[in-house]
Ligand binder design. Structure first.
Ligand code: SAH
Length: 354
């Protein structure tokens, strides 16, 4: 792809596209493998650091290509090592992307965004307070990984599509991005999680695709009436249809899904809610992730006490499921779930499913 200065942008190119580029500029084919590695698996920040390329070729690359034109505008590091980046695309739109590491695990997990803003309008989420601007392209999605790798010099091992936006409303580019992650970054499909608020037709589409991905569902309530109060998507795709689609997914792919459930004080956190949730999910292959609500500006919800969270968890465990309480990574820098917003503070857009 050409840009304003007519240099070729290399970020997001697949192996065969890099081959085309290399042969197109009259270089031998083996350079494609070298360049591909420097881009995705080393990672190099500039052509001059690509030491196994000849000096002449490096000079040529500087003249005709750039790795990426997307920039880091702000970088915040939390006490627990979580890093939140605000990045800016060439059209000046910005998104946030987060890198999480865990003391006892070697995993480096990137939490990435798929849209600039979001139209879903979930009552508990900071992104919902933004105007929806546009979908990101596959290149823009994977540039978030590239930028993290280039900035830290580390290689990402896991990806969660849990940043800004609804991945299943940007289906094609999201899927294309997962392919680049898998083939070019060499991140295992099993280490990629797509989280959705329940875009039913695209859950079926994803099922047919039959990839080894993890599907996570933002459920957050055990019934229609309650869910409707916090998630407008419930008006379009009611919880029963969502569960039916999930049953189809687990049956067809044999893969366990992840259920996400935000615990909001005095709203969906009673033991009755927990029992109802167990019933709703009966017969489904799932793990469940409880997320104590993370504070969001302009939102009156609160998180329940630790004791209440534990009681809720105990009931879920009675269904013999793997229940985890999601670690609150990066909340001191507003990088935790639901806190990503970036720099668009306009809330004039009407939501899609009101
Ligand atoms: N649109 C997708 C992915 C983005 S949200 C989805 O809905 O799944 C990623 C996760 O963070 C979702 O489970 C979302 O519901 C949760 N989340 C949003 N706001 C939150 C908040 N304030 N506290 C805790 N979790 C939140």
């Amino acid at each position: 792809m050409q840009n304003n200065t007519s240099k070729t942008v290399l970020a997001g190119l697949t192996y065969s596209e890099i081959e085309d580029f290399i042969t197109g500029v009259g270089e031998p084919e083996f350079r494609a493998r070298q360049l591909h590695q420097w881009l995705y698996q080393k990672p190099a920040v500039e052509f001059d650091k690509m030491t196994n390329l000849s000096k002449d070729f490096r000079k040529k690359l500087n003249d005709i290509a750039v790795i990426t034109e997307t920039k880091i505008i702000q970088k915040l590091t939390g006490k627990d090592g979580t890093i939140k980046y605000l990045i800016e695309y060439p059209d000046k739109n910005q998104v946030e992307t987060v890198l999480m590491s865990y003391e006892k695990r070697p995993n480096l997990t990137a939490c990435i965004s798929t849209q600039i803003g979001c139209i879903m309008g979930c009552a508990f989420c900071a992104t919902a307070r933004q105007k929806f601007i546009r979908n990101l392209t596959a290149r823009e999605i994977i540039e978030q990984l590239l930028i993290i790798q280039m900035d830290t010099g580390l290689l990402i091992t896991n990806v969660v599509f849990m940043g800004q936006g609804e991945p299943l409303l940007n289906y094609d580019e999201t899927i294309k991005a997962t392919q680049i992650m898998n083939k070019d970054f060499e991140i295992g499909m099993r280490r990629i999680t797509i989280s959705t608020c329940g875009i039913v037709p695209n859950i079926y589409k994803l099922t047919e695709l039959n990839r080894q991905l993890i599907l996570a569902i933002s459920l957050h309530a055990p019934d229609h009436e309650l869910r409707k109060q916090i998630m407008p998507v419930e008006n379009k795709y009611p919880i029963d249809e969502v569960i039916e689609a999930l049953r189809f997914f687990t049956k067809k792919t044999g893969r366990r899904i992840t259920v996400e459930y935000i615990l909001i004080k005095d709203f969906n956190d009673s033991l009755e809610h927990a029992h109802k949730l167990n019933n709703l999910l009966k017969g489904l292959k799932y793990n469940i992730n409880i997320i104590p609500f993370n504070p969001v500006a302009g939102c009156d919800f609160e998180r329940p006490s630790r004791e209440k969270v534990n009681k809720f968890r105990e009931v879920l465990e009675q269904a013999f499921k793997k229940v985890t309480v999601r670690l609150e990574k990066g909340s001191d820098i507003s990088a935790a779930c639901g806190q990503l917003a970036g720099k668009i503070h306009d809330n004039t857009e009407t939501f899609l499913y009101k």
